[in-house]
Design a protein around this ligand. Structure first.
Ligand SMILES: [Zn+2]
Length: 281
């Protein structure tokens, strides 16, 4: 960190001329949602790099409240890859879906940034993760992260596989972010009284739904977007308890130089990687 505004109070563990991790959600700070800590419900909420400029730059300016110390001996790439996906997955699993120990979770896109975070968090929270991925190589990596079962997709077969793995019951929770292509299978894979939590629609945003499956099977659909900035400090606390062997860590697929940003974008779009793509400044 090169400079701070006059009179700025920095968060604990963050110092001028030191390094820091950035919480990517920006909010107004003065509305009712912000004041009660639900900054991601602020009407002015923006994710850096989405509805405003991001961090693909040699210098960026952020509010002091968006800074956190980098845990343990993590490098800049890990610090960059951590906040967005872990905050998203934590909010979905803990605060939206209220995951309980022993519950089974179907995680779409186990090789994605948010999927690889979810696998680790489900294990950390005492749940059982069933991950869905596109090929065998990705399946091995999901096992290494703590998934108990991995389904190499063929989307239609996923529900059948899930029923086999859960003695026909279905999963307690589906971790959705893939949208149109997987939604019907998610509904078919969830147990009666189960829930589906979603934070994305990468394969399309229009779905069809037989309402009978919602009410007769007593399902709950939960929408989620990022999470309280406060909870990044919660996650940091879990890491700092054992920084050399943390219970979860960001999975980095490839690191590009900032000058090769277009190439990094093309790599991301090709969808062949496992984990986050980072640009080094
Ligand atoms: Zn606000």
């Amino acid at each position: 960190m090169e400079a701070v505004g006059e009179g700025t109070i920095l968060p604990p563990g963050v110092e001028l001329n030191g390094s820091a991790m950035i919480a990517p959600g920006l909010s107004c700070g003065v509305c009712a949602a912000c004041l009660r800590g639900d900054d991601m419900l602020c009407r002015d909420y923006k994710v850096m790099g989405h509805a405003c400029d991001g961090t693909a730059a040699t210098q960026v300016m952020v509010p002091a409240a968006n800074l956190l110390p980098i845990p343990g001996n993590w490098d800049f790439e890990q610090a960059a890859a951590f906040p967005l996906v872990f905050l998203t997955a934590w909010e979905m699993l803990v605060h939206k879906a209220n995951l309980k120990p022993g519950e089974t979770v179907l995680i779409w896109g186990g090789s994605s940034g948010v999927g690889s975070a979810a696998i680790q968090l489900v294990k950390f929270l005492g749940g059982h993760a069933i991950a869905v991925v596109g090929n065998q190589m990705k399946a091995v990596k999901c096992w290494e992260l703590g998934a108990e079962h991995v389904i190499v997709r063929d989307i239609q077969d996923v529900a059948i596989k899930v029923k086999e793995l859960t003695q026909k019951r279905g999963v307690d929770l589906v971790f959705e972010h893939t949208g149109a292509a997987s939604w019907a299978t998610s509904v078919a894979s969830v147990a009666r009284g189960g829930r589906i939590v979603t934070c994305g629609a990468t394969t399309g945003r229009e779905i069809t739904l037989d309402l009978r499956s919602l009410f007769a099977r007593q399902l709950t659909f939960l929408g989620s977007y990022m999470g309280r900035r406060e909870h990044l400090w919660t996650l940091l606390g879990h890491i700092q308890r054992n920084p050399t062997n943390p219970p979860f860590r960001p999975v980095i697929d490839r690191v590009f130089n900032l000058a090769d940003y277009p190439e990094a974008q093309r790599h991301l779009e090709a969808g062949q990687g496992f984990g986050k793509v980072v640009c080094r400044v």
